[in-house]
Design a protein around this ligand. Structure first.
Ligand code: BES
Ligand code: ZN
Ligand code: ZN
Length: 500
């Protein structure tokens, strides 16, 4: 099977918005808010057939709380799922509860052999209900023959809604398919996805979805002075590549241009500052930022916003070898600044810095980068929350709020002038790592040295949430989450609306 894919291996169910459950659906998933069983129209309807439904719920301790579910082997099968507190005041959780309920309902229905699932009771929460289903049903089955191999996939999904929601449904489908595509390429290991194949995937996406594309090899990068990327890539048998794909609206009514940059280390062994085996596990996911950006570009190509969007990633494999960069090496970066390499495992910032220098020259007003940059960010915020840093309070807030709405958990981390000396070098302009405190912040501050004045820039450190070691929330399988795809697409939509 070729690994150069442009669509997720996982096929989303055919989806339809319907006024009532179709006669022949084999499973009905009913969302119920906490302590609202008696008020639920759907449950009252069922109680005509299943007279003791309220008694069953009481006995099974099902009260509609988030995370709870109950199934009744009827025809059709009924799966009740808790939507949590209707008055939930936290923007993130009020929406996330819905996604999780839908994901839970759909995956439980699948376990029961359902091929056609109808979602009821999700009221106006069409977007979250579909997001939960599409993200929750995803599995990466390419290499495993587990029990789930025998489980059938849900082929048809119906969502009961009065709202005219076809447009929203189409949008959610595009974005979630893209997110699942990102998960597929992140889940592929380093012996399948290397800088060469990751660049080919970029080019295939551009071709399939009508985006512009340019890819630079080592010689071109040398000409442009991208020695950060070249230094990180020089230890690998597979040379680095620089990928730039961009979307231009057909009618250029708006001159707004933004850049989305992703960290694209196809495997991070640490280089000569080699990681321990335990820390090296899952370092295939060090390309998650680039995969999120690539997926967002694919979605943007289909949504066709009225702004120009540039997707950029410099892809390398960070390996130790006789040609690898050394500790103590001094690199002259694309923007002319010199960097002393004090740790070859702090490689992401070297590649991103040159990608930022490249973006500076495109005439963009905003740059957003996503990167699995530091373990320190996970120490600071836990493994499920990404860190937002940047040079504009307004832009940071916009990203934070977007994340809250779409379900990407993030928190803003501060830059600190008093920490600047941590990344100053006695032999060069900068060094590529600080000390053991505030590592996410010093990494972000390092990147800020490469952003040209006048550009709003945000950096999201996604080291934690890009990849989960056990299933959580609506990610019903361990592995890549596709964190950041929904945020990037929504951000582009918001910037377009702001500039209309
Ligand atoms: N790719 C890692 C960061 C990472 C760690 C991502 C855990 C996901 C999970 C990055 O390149 C790295 O190794 N960072 C170092 C920086 C240090 C050497 C200054 C780290 O976090 O230890
Ligand atoms: Zn590293
Ligand atoms: Zn890394």
């Amino acid at each position: 099977m070729s690994s150069i894919i442009t669509k997720s291996y996982f096929t989303l169910p055919e989806t339809k918005i319907v006024p009532a459950p179709p006669e022949d659906t084999d499973t009905v998933v009913i969302g119920v808010y906490k302590n609202e069983l008696r008020q639920s129209k759907d449950i009252n309807k069922i109680s005509e057939k299943i007279k003791d439904i309220f008694y069953i719920c009481e006995k099974a301790n099902f009260d509609g709380d988030s995370g709870k579910f109950l199934y009744i082997l009827n025809k059709p099968i009924i799966v009740l799922v808790g939507l949590g507190d209707r008055k939930e005041s936290d923007i993130f959780w009020s929406r996330e509860n819905i996604r999780r309920a839908s994901a839970l309902g759909c995956t439980e229905a699948r376990k029961l052999g359902a091929e056609s699932v109808t979602l009821c009771g999700f009221e106006e929460k069409v977007r979250e209900a579909l997001e939960g289903a599409f993200i929750g049903l995803y599995r990466f089955k390419k290499y495993s023959k587990h029990e789930h191999e025998r489980e059938k996939e849900v082929k048809k999904l119906f969502l009961v809604s009065d709202k005219n929601s076809e447009k929203i449904a189409e949008f959610v489908r595009i974005v979630c398919e893209a997110q699942n595509f990102a998960r597929d390429i992140i889940n592929e290991p380093g012996n399948v996805i290397n800088p060469s194949t990751l660049a080919e995937i970029g080019s295939a996406i551009a071709q399939e979805y009508g985006l512009f594309c340019e890819i630079f090899g080592v010689e071109e990068m040398k000409k442009m002075g991208m020695h950060g990327v070249l230094a990180v890539g020089q230890g690998s048998a597979v040379p680095p590549k620089f990928v730039h794909i961009w979307y231009k609206p057909e009618e250029i009514k708006s001159s707004i241009k933004i850049a989305l940059i992703g960290k694209a280390i196809t495997f991070d062994s640490g280089g000569l500052s080699i990681k321990t085996n335990q820390n090296m596990q899952h370092m295939k996911a060090d390309k998650s930022g680039a995969c999120a950006i690539l997926a967002a570009m694919k979605a943007i190509a289909q949504i066709k916003p009225n702004i120009q969007v540039h997707g950029i990633y410099a892809t390398c494999e960070n390996m130790p070898s006789g040609t690898a960069q050394r500790v103590d090496d001094i690199i002259k970066m694309m923007n002319g600044k010199t960097v002393e390499v004090v740790n070859t495992d702090a490689e992401g910032r070297l590649t991103l810095a040159d990608a930022i220098s490249f973006a500076n020259k495109l005439g963009v007003s905003k740059i957003l980068d996503m990167a699995t940059l530091t373990g320190a960010c996970m120490v600071a915020l836990g493994e499920f929350t990404a860190g937002i840093m940047g040079n504009s309070d307004e832009f940071k807030r916009l990203i934070f709020e977007t994340g809250l709405e779409v379900g990407d958990k993030m928190w803003i981390l501060p830059f600190d002038k008093d920490m600047e000396e941590k990344i100053k070098s006695p032999v060069a302009d900068l060094k590529n790592a600080g000390d053991s405190y505030g590592g996410a912040i010093t990494a972000g501050m390092f990147l800020s040295e490469f952003v040209e004045k006048g550009i709003d820039w945000c950096h999201i450190d996604i080291a934690g949430p890009a990849f989960v070691k056990k299933k959580i929330g609506c990610y019903t399988v361990e592995g890549a989450t596709g964190f950041g795809v929904r945020t990037a697409v929504e951000l582009v939509k918001k910037i377009q609306i702001q500039n209309q």
